[in-house]
Ligand binder design. Structure first.
Ligand code: 5GP
Length: 210
């Protein structure tokens, strides 16, 4: 049974290349914060470690987890399956840990719609401009220009989901972006006042989508 001492759920989503994974990792250093490790059918990247970055599993095993209703949410992203299993998340929350989710908008929607008894705070992270995003994507492990172009197109579609999040934060400077998210989480948990300029965010999104 959820109680006041339970942890809160914090979702960070973003179009590819906005720097969300780094932010989640920084937030996980805070006392009492833990990352929810997802399952995926994607192949590991060269620097990724099984059971730390993801549980890398086969499509067959993923489908078995779906069938056994073990997922709190799951989605297909870029031709691979990704999902969050329910039990580890609920265990952490019941122990008072705040759980960080690095998941896409489809997963965020599913968790929101579940209306669990735990407090939920959702963040959508955006790049400062399309130019910066293009640069970031080009510098990744995806040297292929076609893939970068494809992710830019995907960006235009993904950005539209900002509207379903509690907060949109622009990642122009990692430190500042981190502090912004940290302050908002603190304010949410303590029912404090929130420093959030929604008009500024609307203007930024207009620029990104024009
Ligand atoms: P990547 O393959 O770059 O690690 O992740 C691709 C996308 O899948 C990212 O937007 C990431 O947030 C999302 N993702 C990672 N794990 C999950 C998950 O468990 N569920 C959902 N819905 N999305 C996820």
């Amino acid at each position: 049974m959820p109680t006041e001492n339970d942890g809160v759920m914090i979702i960070l989503s973003s179009p590819s290349g906005a720097g969300k994974t780094t932010l989640v990792s920084l937030l996980s250093n805070l006392k009492n914060f833990e990352i929810s490790i997802s399952h995926t059918t994607r192949q590991p990247r060269h620097n990724e470690i099984n059971e730390k970055d993801y549980y890398f599993i086969t499509e067959e095993n993923f489908k078995r987890l779906i069938k056994n209703e073990e997922f709190l949410e799951y989605a297909k992203v870029f031709n691979n399956y990704y999902g969050t299993t329910r039990t580890p998340v609920i265990d952490k929350l019941n122990k008072g840990k705040n759980v960080l989710f690095d998941i896409d908008w489809q997963g965020a929607d599913q968790i929101k719609n579940k209306k669990l008894d735990y407090k939920l705070i959702t963040f959508f992270i955006l790049p400062p401009s399309k130019e910066v995003l293009y640069e970031r994507l080009s510098n990744r492990d995806m040297r292929d220009k076609l893939i970068v172009e494809e992710r830019m197109k995907q960006f235009s579609r993904d950005v539209l989901h900002w509207i379903n999040y509690d907060y949109v934060v622009i990642n122009d400077d990692l430190e500042k972006c981190y502090s912004k998210i940290y302050d908002l989480i603190k304010a949410e948990i303590n029912n404090g006042s929130k420093d959030y300029d929604s008009q500024y965010i609307r203007n930024h999104i207009e620029k990104l989508t024009s």
